[in-house]
Design a binder for this molecule. Sequence first.
Ligand SMILES: [Zn+2]
Length: 227
Amino acid sequence: MVEVEPVQVDAKNQSIGIDLGIETFAVMSNGDKAISPNYSKLDKKIRRKQRKLARQSKDSKRRNKTRIQTAKLHNRIADTRKDFLHKLSTKVVSENQAIVLEDLNISGMVKNRKLSRAISLQGWREFRTLCEAKSVKLGRDFRVISRWEPTSQTCSECGYRWGKLDLKVRKVQCLNCGSEHDRDENAAKNIKKVGIGHCHDSKRTQRQSKTISVASVIEVSSVSPRL
Ligand SMILES: [Zn+2]
């Protein structure tokens, strides 16, 4: 695994909003997308081994072998994920002065068994932790907005609220201003807006106060000399 340390440079962009998902790991407010590695092959192998384990008699040599193989597969997935999340968080934090994420109800989602395996594989929580730590190191502004913000229900162009969309709907055309949006990119743009505080109306302004600034700007001089 290659550790990529963030480099202390001025961010080339002011801010970015990031929408995390399962199909696409991250969609950014500037339209960039990050696809996560495909874990499904390894995950399938793990599930097969686990079924095998359940059948094997306790304390047998074969069972022990299967157990070690399973652990190795788990490590491989974890390494691949860690590598991906490190590289992505380094890129995002290096390039942007303010980074805005949405607070996801991960534990609530993980209770949904269908989703839980996919969500755990993605590593959203890890990604947030990495972005936060790197933001502190580089003196970036890291923000998390409330998950109750209607980021996928609102036009990022004009602020019109079209309401809940079915998950299948990937493209939206705003009834008010006519602009067309990719669902996730529109959400990412709204995440950025809410986090940075560009508001469309007074309701927005009130909600904005709920924004939590997790890592505030740090003087460069206080950053460790290693950078
Ligand atoms: Zn609109």
